[in-house]
Design a binder for this molecule. Structure first.
Ligand SMILES: N[C@@H](CCC(=O)N[C@@H](CS)C(=O)NCC(=O)O)C(=O)O
Length: 127
């Protein structure tokens, strides 16, 4: 497996999961501040231009943090990353979606780019 990863970005979470599982993997590092994710060679692999992306041993690419985390948990059940009962599984996915969609995506945008949501300095401070 090969993980497309930017140190300090959300793909750190997938590195953590892979390390907990203990499965061998390679890392292809991208510098998202420099814009590596928008270079044609990476867009040919992952047209979304984001990390994380996991190139699996079957040659297929998996993107989106929750999907990668879910797939790893199901592929390597011995790591016990995800409950197997329907309620436990739903609760884990509920928490994962909140962290990825609300805290990470919306939260970081509000904190890092308040100018995208309000024009005056005062309103940006409120954001
Ligand atoms: N919905 C995606 C979000 C991925 C994402 O936004 N990754 C950020 C790093 S934390 C990224 O690649 N940013 C570079 C960019 O947007 O150009 C997921 O869950 O994996």
């Amino acid at each position: 497996m090969k993980l497309f990863h930017a140190p300090g970005a959300c793909s750190d979470g997938i590195v953590l999961l892979l390390d907990i599982i203990g499965v061998p993997y390679e890392i292809h590092e991208l510098d998202v501040r420099k814009g590596d994710q928008r270079q044609p060679d990476y867009l040919a692999i992952n047209p979304k231009g984001k990390v994380p992306a996991l190139l699996r041993d079957d040659g297929r690419l998996l993107t989106e943090f929750p999907a990668i985390a879910f797939w790893l948990a199901r592929k390597y059940p011995e790591a016990e990353l995800l409950p197997t009962d329907p309620d436990g599984e739903a609760r884990a996915l509920e928490l994962l979606d909140f962290i990825v969609s609300s805290i990470h995506m919306r939260g970081t945008a509000l904190v890092q780019r308040p100018s995208a949501f309000a024009s005056s300095a005062e309103a940006q401070e409120e954001v």
